[in-house]
Design a protein around this ligand. Structure first.
Ligand code: GDP
Ligand code: IMO
Ligand code: MG
Length: 424
């Protein structure tokens, strides 16, 4: 048995939810380790479609236990609603979900602050966040005034802390004539959520380490993608957590020495939601075509995703940082109708050819992509069940992008459904 970390290699929405669902057939534990309800992970099983935000994508496999690790920021009201909706669709939670006592909570003032910061930013600094309060909640965690899930276990203590923090934020909101937190109204909702979530709140560090010691199979589910990592992504146009594989250890409490395998999920092209540089972005009709073929609209906010050609420069950097052993390449079918496909193999920055991702985001914004062109295959890949069944040009394209990023292909996805996936 093994511990595998699965991460997004690009700017998120690579199809992580789908691949997690496929891989968890044999997992005992599925652990989310960072992010919050900014994530939208889609799983399609037969005619059923689910979009998960905080609940791990292993929830559809009855044998798998799901853990919301300490690195995740949890909006208790949102999580309660997510669980209730899944329960209404006959998904079993009894004994199958644990939320870390150490998770920091996202509270109403965090989402208000998120909106306020976006509104007040110089337009060039606007991040295009999901406005779910992610940044302000992680900021409170780092500045040591966050409220943790364990505080929900003692209603009196939770009420005191929430009201103290809400008052603090309300003075800031009042100072800029902004919407205030309606403390009493919010507290009623929070109390209901705290009672609902109480049975699930556990010291998950112990659960995860016990499972590892017993040689159970553990799958760590990353959210977002490497290029949104707060340290390595296109800062400041990033999220506020470590989306890279290292985050799996700090966000769960399992030592790196027990991680055996890293899976990197990447689309056969690129997308990005929100602001920030995207060297291979296609504008106008070309971008619209890819968006239409890939149905590229955000699973959380419904925003149209920006679309572009596969970028081997950033993906190679990402695979290096994450230590990717195995690639899961998704959405190959979206390229079925193209005559030719471009792949970015270098950037031209200030007149110089660059093959490593620049650390200065302004340089990334200035980058002119250098492309190689490959022939399209003009036939449907959606019912392929193995690599050999793919058209020759599709095989060549996949081999080329894997070679460029320096990792082996392990899984290919040719449609949104659980069944449209095969191992190589
Ligand atoms: P995640 O955030 O990484 O889990 O990805 P999202 O769920 O936000 O976005 C991926 C979208 O692509 C979802 O709508 C999936 O149903 C869909 N999807 C996943 N894999 C494939 C695939 O191989 N082909 C197609 N056409 N759609 C896919
Ligand atoms: P999954 O897990 C794609 C983006 C937002 C914004 C930036 C910061 O579904 O791949 P935040 O709300 O986190 O402060 O926003 O990050 N973003 C995502 N983009 N997929 C996601 O998650 C994302 N989560 C956040 O659009 O640009
Ligand atoms: Mg998503």
């Amino acid at each position: 048995m093994s511990s595998t970390v699965l991460v997004g290699v690009q700017w998120g929405d690579e199809g992580k939810g789908k691949i997690i669902d496929v891989l968890t057939e044999k997992s005992d534990l599925v652990v989310r380790f960072q992010g919050g309800n900014n994530a939208g992970h889609t799983v399609e099983i037969g005619n059923d479609k689910f979009v998960l935000h905080v609940v791990p994508s292993g929830i559809f496999r009855p044998k798998a236990k799901c853990i919301v690790g300490n690195g995740v920021v949890v909006d208790p009201i949102v999580l309660m609603e997510e669980i209730k909706k899944l329960q209404a669709r006959n998904i079993e939670f009894e004994g199958r979900l644990e939320i870390s006592t150490r998770c920091h909570l996202i509270l109403k003032y965090h989402s208000l602050m998120d909106g306020l910061k976006e509104q007040q930013s110089n337009p060039e600094r606007k991040i295009g966040t999901t406005k779910r309060g992610i940044g302000p909640a992680y900021a409170d965690k780092a500045s040591r005034r966050g409220i943790r899930a364990l505080e929900m276990l003692d209603t009196g203590r939770f009420e005191k802390r929430f009201k103290e923090e809400a008052a603090f934020y309300n003075t800031i909101f009042a100072g800029c004539n902004c919407e205030l937190v309606n403390v009493d109204e919010e507290w009623i909702k929070l109390l209901e959520a705290a009672k609902f979530l109480t049975p699930y709140i556990k010291d998950t560090v112990l659960t995860i380490n016990k499972a590892s010691k017993e040689n159970k199979s553990i799958l760590f589910e990353g959210a977002q993608g490497m290029l949104l990592d707060v340290d390595y992504g296109t800062y400041p146009f990033v999220t506020s957590s470590n989306t890279t594989s290292g985050g799996a250890c700090t966000g769960s409490g399992l030592s790196p020495k027990y991680i055996d395998n890293i899976v990197g999920v990447m689309k056969a092209y690129c997308t990005r939601v929100g602001e920030g540089p995207f060297p291979t972005e296609l504008m106008g009709e070309e971008g619209e075509r890819l968006r239409r073929l890939g149905r590229e609209y955000g699973a959380t906010t419904g925003r149209p995703r920006r679309c572009g050609w596969f970028d081997a420069v950033s993906a190679r950097y990402s695979c290096m940082l994450n230590g990717v052993d195995t690639l899961a390449i998704t959405k190959l079918d979206v390229l079925d109708q193209y005559d030719s496909l471009k792949v970015c193999v270098a950037y031209k920055v200030n007149g110089e050819m660059v093959t490593d991702m620049p650390s200065d985001t302004e340089d990334i914004a200035k980058s002119i992509p250098v492309y190689e062109t490959y022939q399209g295959w003009h036939s449907s890949t959606t019912s392929a069940t193995c690599f050999e069944e793919l058209p020759d040009e599709a095989q060549k394209y996949l081999r080329k992008i894997a070679e460029l990023v320096g990792a082996d292909i392990g899984i290919i996805s040719v449609g949104p459904n659980r069944s449209q996936t095969f191992k190589t």
